[in-house]
Design a protein around this ligand. Structure first.
Ligand code: LLP
Length: 383
């Protein structure tokens, strides 16, 4: 028999679907696992990547656990401040920071601007100077390292839009040191997302070591190292492996980077993915010519990952123990790509059955839209 999520079906049956359901005790256990792996390193700081899920309840729980926040927009900075993240623990990345977003960061006193181009560096320097203050900055380095993950979410290759090419780091640091309204604080990297192969992170560490050695030989400062995020989760096994392998992840950096550098991490998916499911109902079971479809009341506007990246989320019929059958699980949106999975094995589906699309806590609710004038999915939390 299929092992399924242990969810409160009775409560679900009173709620209108679709909605996101978050298991806050699993989130707490995940945060404790992060703490256990990092507690021995007071100079390390984990910043939660707000883009993965900005639900205020989730943000507050993560802020209370003592993590910092990694933001990529003024809206995320405001959400992080509202949730209680200390301003100094907020780092701000992104290739296109608008003036109002930079000013919001300066006014709030955020901990770091990760600059992605020299053009942006000059704008931050000017805005900070006009306010008579200084901006703490790190350089986002493009390390030209690939990650063995979905093509749409690799970020660290020279062809990607992110960061300043690693060969130009020295000239940019030199320039920052001449600008009185900027305070050089360190280097920032991020190679991609949903990475399960630790050799990708090891390759990043090798690149970082080469760069740091070069800078030190030139007598230039390195500051602290922000190695980004990217740790993946086991989408196929949410019931067996609900917590990401934080030990393997942190051990990689612990063993490969010199302890003299303070380390920052920006984990998103690995913190929130497993604790969330998209809950929906079967509207219709439709017999096609060669296959049968389970038509759900949730669509690609609620969870776009399968349509956008061909991401596979485990799908469970929580209402049925009937014989297993194959279904193409689809949504109601008027797009052929509104498919959650093809040839999915589910217990026999009937109209009204409650379906859980698992591991949807990261990049689910935060990427939802109102396409087709559909309402945004609400969120409910375990008690
Ligand atoms: N830091 C930076 C600079 C990033 O760009 C990202 C994610 C993170 C940290 C967090 O990465 P994580 O630990 O979550 O892998 N929407 C896609 C994922 C996009 C990731 C973008 N950057 C998805 O649904 O798979």
């Amino acid at each position: 028999m299929m092992l399924k999520a242990d969810y409160p079906l009775e409560r679900f049956s009173t709620l209108r679907t679709p909605f996101y359901y978050y298991d806050t005790s699993l989130l707490q256990r995940t945060l404790e696992s992060v703490r256990a792996q990092t507690a021995a390193h007071p100079s390390w700081k984990v910043h939660y990547a707000v883009k993965a899920n900005h639900n205020p309840v989730i943000l507050k729980q993560i802020a209370s656990a003592g993590l910092g926040a990694d933001c990529v927009s003024g809206g995320e900075i405001q959400a992080a401040l509202d949730a209680g993240f200390p301003p100094g623990s907020i780092v701000f990345a992104g290739v296109g920071k608008a003036d109002w977003e930079i000013l919001l960061g300066l006014e709030a006193g955020i901990g770091r601007f990760n600059i992605e181009s020299t053009a942006e560096m000059h704008v931050i320097a000017q805005l900070a100077a006009e306010r008579g203050g200084t901006a703490p900055v790190s350089i986002r380095i493009n390390p030209d390292i690939g990650a063995h993950t979905l093509a749409g979410i690799t970020t660290g290759l020279a062809e990607n839009k992110f960061g300043i090419f690693h060969g130009q780091a020295e000239e940019v640091i030199r320039e920052i040191l001449t600008l009185p309204s900027l305070r050089f604080c360190g280097l920032h990297f991020h190679i991609g997302s949903q990475i399960l192969d630790m050799t990708d992170f090891a390759a990043l560490c090798n690149r970082i070591n080469d760069l740091c050695n070069r800078l030190e030989r030139l007598g230039l400062p390195v500051g602290d190292l922000n190695v980004g995020g990217g740790l993946g989760i086991e989408y196929g096994h949410p019931n067996h492996l609900p917590i990401a392998d934080f030990k393997a992840y942190f051990d990689t950096f612990r063993s490969l980077l010199p302890p003299k550098y303070p380390l920052h991490f920006e984990l998103g998916r690995s913190i929130v993915a497993s604790c969330g499911s998209l809950i929906s109902r079967v509207l219709y079971v439709k017999e096609g010519l060669a296959k049968q479809f389970a038509v759900l009341d949730a669509g690609m506007n609620d969870l776009i990952r399968p349509a956008l990246y061909h991401a596979a989320h485990r799908i469970e019929n929580l209402s049925s123990d009937g014989p297993e059958q194959n279904y193409d699980v689809v949504g109601p949106v008027c797009e052929s790509s509104d498919v959650f999975g093809k040839g999915i094995v589910l217990n026999e589906c009937h109209r009204g059955d409650i379906i859980a699309i698992r591991s949807a806590g990261a990049y689910g609710e935060s990427m939802a839209s109102q396409y087709n004038c559909r309402p945004l999915p609400p969120a409910f939390f375990s008690e």
